[in-house]
Design a protein around this ligand. Sequence first.
Ligand code: CA
Ligand code: CA
Ligand code: CA
Length: 267
Amino acid sequence: MLRQRSLASLSFLFAVAALTPASADAQICTLTASAATYVIPATSHYDATPSSNFTGVGTGDYLFEDGWWFRVSGDTQESFFPAPATTTCAGSTGTITWTDVSTRGLFSATNTLTLTSAAAGTGELILTMSITNLSAVNPLVISLFHGADFDVNGTAAGDTAILLNANNYLGITDATAGAAQYRAFNAPAEAFLVRPFGATTDVFGRLGDTVLDDFDNSGLPAANIDFTGAFQWNLTIPASGTASVSVSLNGNAAPATPVELIGFSVD
Ligand SMILES: [Ca+2]
Ligand SMILES: [Ca+2]
Ligand SMILES: [Ca+2]
């Protein structure tokens, strides 16, 4: 399947790259656990099309893109997390930090990454994004977003997506072989959005446009979809406080955290 974003996006990427050549290497993160590998490449991750790779968890590359976004109260659109201050990745774990996200003086952030692989051809990546309010006076009202473009069995062909638990746990299954799971926990996401891949219409297109988006739990079930999906959390972080959210991205492996713990409800 043709994967092409708009020329405007590419021009923007080149412009950013030209401005920040020295920091590009700080973006690389490679995690390995047995045969499973997750990679944030040297470029093209901390932008509107956050390239990443997830291999050794089935046939081919299970991830085309995944990344974090935010919107602070008063903003009129969402923003991607820009290139970080530090990246420390070794073996199966990593830590990526921002001392002042987007130089707005509002919050710092730490993304903690852990990759596990209990058996050949399987893997689970857990990302925990911690946000610290830099104000000692005012609460920080912020929406966080994480999005992922899964391609099960290495391509979008034959993929079907369903909701496994409202509204924080999604499953994508390939008609030939393989399955992926994507969930948002600690705290559970408040909403999801699923859309077929499209430069301006998929979840990254929605997060990257100039329109404010609050997800509405739409897009599932979907058959024969080039899946893109994202979660939204709405947080109020006290002055000088820290809050965190987690996602897991699973290839042919059940979540290590029991599903009943990711979204508590009483019938
Ligand atoms: Ca597929
Ligand atoms: Ca938007
Ligand atoms: Ca996809």
